[in-house]
Design a protein. Structure first.
Length: 206
């Protein structure tokens, strides 16, 4: 299965107006990944508050970041390369709090690229899986933030709020959630190898 883990660091929490400042995406059970700092599309400086959370500074973006057009195109090329190898013609994209954050930013990227006449992956080939919703459906607890869940399961969160570190931790967390779900199902079927089942479970499909 072609499963990838996605995380964006951004200049704020509004997926319709704020800037993406770092992208990371990683193929499951592989070192294959894409990671880049991104020059803000608005050309506005990021705030001290965002720097305090992410450790990303305006100087770092200036010196090591790439243009948003380059970053978006490279991300799109990465996703297309993974999809080409997918046995079922589907790309399963996993993010924590994806439905209200990361997936909206990703769809905005696709829209921006389409406006530049750059072909993106058809929506019919993408299955979005929000690991936060998976955890909420599966677990009975008070907090579902990625960092809180990782601490519960002794998953290393050092360097969190940097995108590549977050996707590595998310992969471990998602694997753990799948293990718990397998135990609940009491089945020989490994749900980690069946992401469509996870998607349907989250959205109450049978």
């Amino acid at each position: 299965m072609s499963i990838v883990f996605l995380d964006f660091e951004t200049s704020g929490f509004n997926p319709y107006h704020d800037d993406i400042i770092e992208i990371a995406i990683k193929l499951i059970n592989s070192d294959t990944s894409y990671n880049s700092l991104v020059h803000p599309q608005s050309n506005e400086c990021i705030s001290q508050r965002i720097t305090a959370v992410t450790s990303i500074t305006n100087e770092l973006l200036r010196d090591e970041g790439v243009s948003w057009k380059k970053a978006y195109s490279e991300l799109n090329d990465f996703l297309k390369s993974i999809l080409q190898k997918s046995p079922d013609g589907k790309l399963y994209i996993i993010a924590h709090n994806g439905e209200t954050f990361d997936f909206l930013f990703l769809k905005r990227i696709f829209s921006e690229l389409n406006e530049l006449n750059i072909k993106t992956i058809p929506s019919k080939n993408i299955v979005y899986i929000d690991s936060l919703l998976f955890a909420r459906r599966l677990l009975k607890r008070e907090y579902y933030k990625q960092e809180s869940l990782c601490k519960t399961y002794n998953i290393n969160t050092k360097g969190n709020h940097r995108a590549l570190n977050d996707v590595r931790a998310l992969e471990e967390l998602y694997t753990k959630l799948c293990e718990i779900f397998n135990e609940e199902l009491n089945s020989r079927r490994n749900v980690l190898e069946n992401p469509q089942m996870i998607h349907d479970y989250i959205h109450f499909k049978k």
